[in-house]
Design a protein around this ligand. Structure first.
Ligand SMILES: [Ca+2]
Length: 400
């Protein structure tokens, strides 16, 4: 069918396909107007014809008519990428490749060529090449279209070569990385693929960002796969974060910001709040919680994943005034349970720092994860309460 194309156009298409993107781009800037003028066809006429044919193609009209028109345009303006890819579509599948390559070389913005070359490359197992076109496509696409291309790539993640090529692309931090990883991590069917992907990215120059890792951990926690989430966190967290990993994260309240949903979660409701500030009378930072003394709410919490066994919760506490500070206390509660395993009210310390310690038991059944929560415990008073905590630790208190 390509026989209707002038030898000049075929030669240019084939030649430019081999020459590469840089030169093709340069030629493209200069040449179409000259070719079009030589054939008595202006750029704008060629473009409007092309636009009409694109619409015809979208309407599913006869490929032969579209091909004839595309040939006319190519004869007049041999460097028109849109005409080349349109003509390519009128050819049998196995003969479209060279013209599509030529179209992609002529223009960095021919969606039709990039889309076809992406699909074709994936189908033939030429993943690096295919993803080069997916990359070009997604860089200029709308968010919805990016999602569509991402979903086309995801089913290939079980194939090592496709997986490796995808890692390589993502490691260049393209503008579509966030969109792709959201499809994979938050919405994809297979969380094993997501784990492998985040682990592989960890070894690149662009390791998982905190928000990418958090997306994955939040998903596992939302699916109540607590132990798995904790293992993934330990395996994937940035080196700096891993160095200080303990049963309780950031018990010194230094504000190291472990990846959510692990680490401290501070509430900032109007009735009370928790904050990490320089310690008064101690060293480094500590947790200061303030509360109006009336409402019942949680102020500070952390998700922990403790296997069954006996534990102790230890730390330092300080109540700066003569107030009864019994209106606040730590609880440990199994996720989804109604009653806590432990309740440790804040003692009155008379302004200085005091050690405290309490033990609790995580049952063998029905307690896959726990929350350590600092709650306000209203006692009918109206006096504001302030309590400080520091050096909090959870330790195994039995042989396990
Ligand atoms: Ca501290």
């Amino acid at each position: 069918m390509a026989s209707g194309l002038s030898p000049r156009a075929i030669g240019l298409a084939a030649g430019l396909g081999a020459v590469g993107l840089g030169l093709a781009g340069l030629i493209l800037v200069r040449a179409p107007a000259q070719h079009a003028a030589a054939a008595g066809l202006s750029d704008s006429v060629a473009l409007s014809q092309l636009s009409a044919q694109r619409q015809a193609l979208a309407r599913g009209e006869r490929p032969a008519a579209i091909a004839a028109s595309a040939r006319d345009i190519l004869n007049a303006a041999p460097l028109e990428a849109g005409a080349a890819s349109l003509l390519a579509l009128s050819l049998p599948q196995d003969r479209r490749g060279p013209l599509m390559e030529a179209a992609a070389s002529l223009s960095h913005r021919d969606d039709r060529a990039d889309r076809w070359l992406f699909e074709d490359g994936m189908a033939r197992g030429e993943y690096a090449q295919a993803l080069r076109h997916a990359d070009a496509l997604m860089r200029r696409q709308s968010p919805d279209e990016r999602v569509e291309v991402s979903r086309r790539i995801l089913p290939y993640m079980g194939r090592p070569a496709a997986f490796a090529a995808t890692v390589d692309r993502l490691a260049t931090s393209p503008s579509w990385r966030g969109s792709f990883l959201t499809q994979m991590i938050a919405l994809g069917e297979d969380t094993d693929d997501s784990f492998r992907m985040l682990k592989a990215l960890r070894a690149t120059a662009a390791p998982p960002t905190p928000s990418e890792l958090a997306q994955f951990l939040r998903r596992l926690v939302a699916e109540r796969r607590f132990a798995e989430a904790h293992r993934a966190w330990v395996a994937l967290a940035p080196a700096q974060e891993r160095a200080g990993l303990a049963l309780l994260a950031d018990g010194e309240f230094d504000g190291g910001k472990p990846t959510p949903p692990f680490g401290w979660n501070l509430d900032s409701a109007t009735a009370g709040y928790g904050e990490m500030v320089p310690s008064e009378g101690g060293s480094g930072k500590a947790l200061r919680v303030s509360h109006d003394g009336r409402s019942r709410q949680w102020l500070v919490r952390q998700l922990v994943v403790l296997p069954p066994g006996v534990y102790s919760l230890k730390g330092q506490v300080r109540t700066p005034s003569e107030l009864s500070a019994d209106s606040m206390g730590w609880t440990v509660i199994c996720e989804g349970a109604a009653e806590p395993l432990l309740l440790v009210p804040a003692p009155t310390t008379g302004g200085g720092w005091k050690d405290f310690s309490a033990t609790f038991t995580v049952p063998a059944e029905g307690c896959a994860a726990q929350s350590l929560v600092l709650n306000s415990r209203p006692r009918g008073g109206t006096t504001p309460v302030e309590v400080w905590y520091d050096a909090l630790v959870i330790e195994r208190a039995d042989a396990g």
